[in-house]
Design a protein around this ligand. Structure first.
Ligand SMILES: C[S@@+](CC[C@H](N)C(=O)[O-])C[C@H]1O[C@@H](n2cnc3c(N)ncnc32)[C@H](O)[C@@H]1O
Ligand code: SF4
Length: 486
């Protein structure tokens, strides 16, 4: 079978008549056969359906494919090569945007060398056997999701993705390439400084990973101990050097502040040293006391008290030093290096080129697949969550099913409220037009009262084209964002 760009049709090698029709409003493809039969599986028309029909013992006599969707060659790999030398133009303009494949992929790796005292992310210290089983299950899940994915950004987070050994990584990387999952500019892997080696870093780099996010948290050995980190300050320096030697030129460093026992001076020193690495990106989080963590238990037991004034002073210090070092803050906790200041008169809130594109998609309310135990997906308005039990996750995928444990479809206004709340974490806030395009709601109507209240408090600024939080508002972004939830 071949695809012909001129008339946007597949021309079959056997004469079979199939029309792909759109079953609105759910994005399902189906083939309607001339004799009235309909071939469909739900979701995207997949290659199995087509193969079985065209290659079966009793195929229909002729076929025409009306191409629906932007990436038919991905759904039918290899087809485009048989036909036209020009890249296939496969859009049918009548298609709604919701039918485009999902362009953002998150993969959760639920293992850590040891559990940090503050961390509530789903992860466990585990043996090699379970990790092998997880890798096989993940490949199965990637295979299931692949027909609906054309990933502009891939993000392996955790947990500690860098805990996977070379062989396990090879299996995952081979699957990503075989399934042709990546079609875009950014592929990030999170690393812990204790699990970075030159071999692993080179393997990732050569496979196309081009961004590393390394959790360093602090450069003070006492605080690293207090946080239950598995690495020392020296390991941070060594690992950063290893990553650069492996060819990574886009590295993010995660830092934490307001750590119990951390003085302003210690924070200043850590900041100065961290900025001196010359990384391209910085994520800095104030400690959150998550229930069910050791640090939370210590707080409740009165081992230390929270000092909000000190936390504010540390945040101010961060903003000042990061700006001096050439970083541009584009989100509450995120800073990207810029090589030159925007010319005067340019947009006052440009998103820097080195901002994390994957996270920008979350903050802008975009869809994404989240694979791996406990991962959340948000696909065409439906939010699902995978099982937070790695054994159950593996068992279900071994049976050939995705391990989804819950699913909800938010009401449009509720969904828009969440989108507003996320986007306000960005320094640029929300352009009214953009928000309207993404959600179908107008911030100036649904949330006018809330925005007025934030302006009166000095937490928000309302311009003709956009609303955004002020410097002070960003410090309390979570509280401000709550006003928008419906
Ligand atoms: C899921 S971790 C992944 C990084 C990697 N596992 C590591 O820690 O080296 C992402 C980042 O979230 C931040 N983080 C996790 N729990 C936090 C908490 N309770 N409060 C503030 N930041 C937190 C840390 O900076 C951490 O590096
Ligand atoms: S902070 Fe990172 S290394 Fe520590 S437990 Fe959480 S995911 Fe694991």
């Amino acid at each position: 079978m071949a695809f012909c760009a001129e008339n946007k049709q597949f021309v079959p090698s056997r004469r079979v008549t199939v029309f792909l029709t759109l079953m609105m409003p759910v994005p399902i493809y189906s083939c309607r056969w001339r004799d009235g039969r309909v071939a469909e599986g739900g979701g995207l028309l997949n290659r199995c359906t087509v193969k079985s029909r065209t290659g079966g013992s009793n195929p229909p006599l002729s076929a025409t494919f009306l191409i629906i969707g932007p990436r038919i060659p991905k759904i039918f790999p290899g087809i485009s090569q048989h036909c036209c030398s020009r890249p296939p133009v496969t859009f049918v303009r009548m298609m709604s945007a919701t039918l485009n494949p999902i362009t953002s992929l998150y993969v959760h790796v639920p293992f850590c060398a040891q559990k940090c005292s503050y961390c509530a992310f789903f992860s466990e210290a585990s043996s090699g056997e379970l990790i092998n089983r997880y890798v096989d299950a993940l490949v199965r899940e990637l295979t299931i999701a692949a027909p609906d994915l054309v990933a502009k950004t891939v993000f392996f987070g955790g947990g500690t993705p860098s805990l996977l050994n070379l062989r396990q990584w090879e299996t995952v990387l081979e699957a990503i390439h075989r399934l042709d999952l990546l079609d875009g500019p950014e592929w990030t892997v999170e690393c812990n400084p204790a699990t970075v080696s030159l071999d692993k870093a080179r393997l990732l780099r050569s496979a196309g990973v081009n961004r590393i996010s390394m959790g360093i948290q602090s450069l003070d050995d006492d605080l690293l101990d207090r946080l239950g980190r598995v690495h020392s300050r020296d390991m941070v320096f060594r690992s950063f050097d290893v990553l650069r030697r492996a060819g990574f030129d886009n590295i993010n460093l995660d830092l934490m502040f307001a750590i119990p026992g951390q003085s302003l001076d210690v924070w200043r020193t850590t900041l100065r040293e961290a900025l001196a690495f010359g990384s391209e990106h910085l994520s800095t989080y104030e400690v959150i006391y998550e229930e069910d963590t050791a640090l939370y238990a210590q707080l409740k037991a009165g081992h230390f008290a929270v000092n909000d004034d000190l936390a504010c002073a540390m945040y101010e210090e961060l903003l000042g030093r990061a700006a001096e070092a050439g970083f541009h803050q584009y989100e509450v906790a995120n800073f990207a290096r810029v090589h030159s200041r925007p010319p005067s008169g340019a947009e006052c809130h440009p998103v820097p080129a080195l901002a994390c594109s994957h996270n920008l998609n979350y903050w802008r309310g975009g869809f994404f697949y989240g694979l791996g135990p406990s991962a959340t997906s948000y696909v065409r308005g439906v939010r699902t969550r995978n099982s937070s039990n790695t054994q159950v996750y593996c068992q279900q995928l071994e049976r050939g099913e995705r391990a989804i444990e819950s699913s909800e479809q938010l009401a449009p206004l509720q969904r828009a409220g969440e989108t507003a709340a996320f986007g306000l974490r960005m320094v640029a806030g929300w352009e009214f037009e953009r928000f309207l395009n993404v959600t179908g709601f107008d911030l100036r109507q649904e949330w006018a009262g809330d925005m007025r209240r934030l302006v009166a408090q000095g937490w928000g600024e309302w311009h003709t084209d956009r609303f955004h939080l002020t410097h002070k508002g960003l410090r309390f972004a979570d509280a401000a964002a709550e006003l928008f939830l419906r």
